[in-house]
Design a protein around this ligand. Structure first.
Ligand SMILES: Cc1ncc(COP(=O)(O)O)c(C=O)c1O
Length: 345
């Protein structure tokens, strides 16, 4: 589907510039959730049908990031998807992380401190140089939540490989607008409620086959079984051979909203989304007299921003005097201009 055609599937209230907090559902996602909620309310269907949305989401996500569906696991949060990787780090391991990293890709490593796991935080632009022979894992966001900075994925991976370090990527603020190849890393986790435009409660991760061999499925339950639908009761342990052995049982309604949104993104194509999103971000930057960037998320210092935006009904994030604005499929030139009028008027 052409991007311009697809944009008719949203009806946002003008002034939503905060997809970095949560994304808005396209019409097919919203409709699917309403239908499932109505079924739930009256008990008119069994639950098995709801589960198909998890399968569809896994397949669509795998396609978006260029990996096999059998290498994708599903859960509810980014931090819990990283947890088995953190638990598998050898005692005394060193993890290198950018210093303003969102904590769901920091706390899982810090929580291993009692086993002697050490976390070094360094400036994002010094990450490549900080990777050395002592580094066991480098963990970073492909796009930073705080300011939209895009990490130099290929150089970071090359440095990690040169030193035998694992690579853990949080692509929550990237996946859906930035094309990338997840298969270069060892683990790539993504929360689906931002740029993938699902409800809160669905998250996916690529787990490289070689990494999986080192991980213990500490969270395994019936849904991680080779055949979940015949594994409700009793031993033995009979987990899936592929990445599904790390699955968490699905929050049904979250996945029901996630599948159509992911499939729509796949139809539109991420390169077209990037072009649209970055063009709007750069329109915003230009209006504030700033040079263009390469991200769908920008952070700029504007005195009195909070009040100015609130008065104009613009919803963006303001942190420590900096406006963080983010631009996605449903954002329009008019949204950008509304924000510029509010900030510069
Ligand atoms: C970069 C990034 N990762 C992860 C999350 C959410 O993490 P979790 O799913 O662990 O709540 C956010 C939410 O703001 C985020 O910005």
């Amino acid at each position: 589907m052409e991007l311009e055609q697809a944009r008719k599937l949203w009806q946002p209230q003008p002034g939503w510039l905060n997809t970095a907090s949560y994304g808005l559902p396209p019409e097919p996602a919203w409709a699917a959730v309403q239908e499932a909620l109505a079924d739930w309310r009256t008990g008119r269907t069994s639950w098995e049908g709801w589960d198909d949305a998890t399968r569809r989401s896994r397949a669509a996500f795998a396609g978006l990031v260029g990996v096999a569906p059998t290498d994708v696991t599903v859960g509810s949060t980014v931090s819990a998807l990283f947890a088995p990787v953190a638990a598998a780090l050898p005692a005394g391991a060193t993890v290198v992380v950018p210093e303003v990293e969102f904590t769901s890709n920091l706390f899982p490593w810090l929580a291993q401190a009692e086993r002697g796991v050490r976390v070094r935080t360094v400036p994002l632009d010094g990450l490549v140089d900080a990777i050395d022979a002592d580094t066991d894992l480098v963990a970073f966001s492909l796009v930073q939540s705080a300011d939209g900075a895009v990490a130099d994925y290929h150089r970071i991976v090359a440095a990690a490989r040169a030193h035998g370090a694992l690579v853990a990527v949080d692509a929550t603020q990237a996946c859906g607008w930035l094309p990338f190849d997840a298969g270069l890393a060892d683990v790539v986790a993504v929360g689906a409620y931002k740029w993938l435009m699902g409800p809160r409660g669905s998250a996916l991760a690529y787990l490289a086959p070689a990494l999986r061999e080192r991980l213990r499925p500490d969270g395994a339950g019936w849904y991680a079984a080779e055949d979940p639908f015949s594994s409700y009761y009793g031993p033995p342990l009979r987990l899936a051979a592929d990445a599904r052995r790390f699955d968490q049982s699905p929050a049904w309604f979250s996945w029901i909203g996630t599948a159509p949104a992911l499939e729509l993104l796949a139809e539109i194509g991420v390169p077209a989304v990037r072009e649209h999103d970055v063009r709007l971000a750069n329109r915003f930057l230009a209006g504030l007299g700033r040079p263009p960037g390469d991200s769908a998320i920008v952070a700029v210092e504007v005195p009195g921003a909070q009040e100015k935006l609130e008065r104009a009904g613009i919803r963006a994030a303001v942190r420590a005097g900096r406006v963080r604005a983010s631009f996605h499929l449903y954002t329009t030139d008019a949204d950008v201009d509304l924000a510029l009028d509010a900030l510069t008027g």
